[in-house]
Design a protein around this ligand. Sequence first.
Ligand code: FES
Length: 149
Amino acid sequence: MIGSEIREMIEYYRRQGAPQDQQMIIALLREVQEAEGGVLAGYVIEAIAQAYGVKSAMLQAIIRRIPTLCCEDAPHRLEVCGTCKGGAKLRDYIERTYGVKSGGVSREAGFVYRVTPCMKNCKNGPSVRWDGTLYAGADEALILRLVKG
Ligand code: FES
């Protein structure tokens, strides 16, 4: 699930001529990548493709052509709030269990891992997002369930 910020970007670039104007698609991908912390997640690319009625393979081809665009090498994204009370223990569990550091990929478990600023869900932390969906009160069992699908 993509957030409202990315939906607004998609609509903005539609008004600028995307998807027919490829320069506008590239501009959108750059902006989304920056908003997403430097990498384009597979589910975000899929959401953009659906919104514009194009194939995600077409967007992937553009991304491969532009050196500054970067596509994740994993089907899922796990984000963990870096400031939640109790979050340090959860981050430590994830990093030990899956052998990842923030910004890294667990190819075995199939996710990109990122520690983020506050997710604005502080009272219900620790907060995590899995493919953009926010989960409150996250613990090791939740992470296991998400990873196993
Ligand atoms: S401190 Fe984690 S959601 Fe705000």
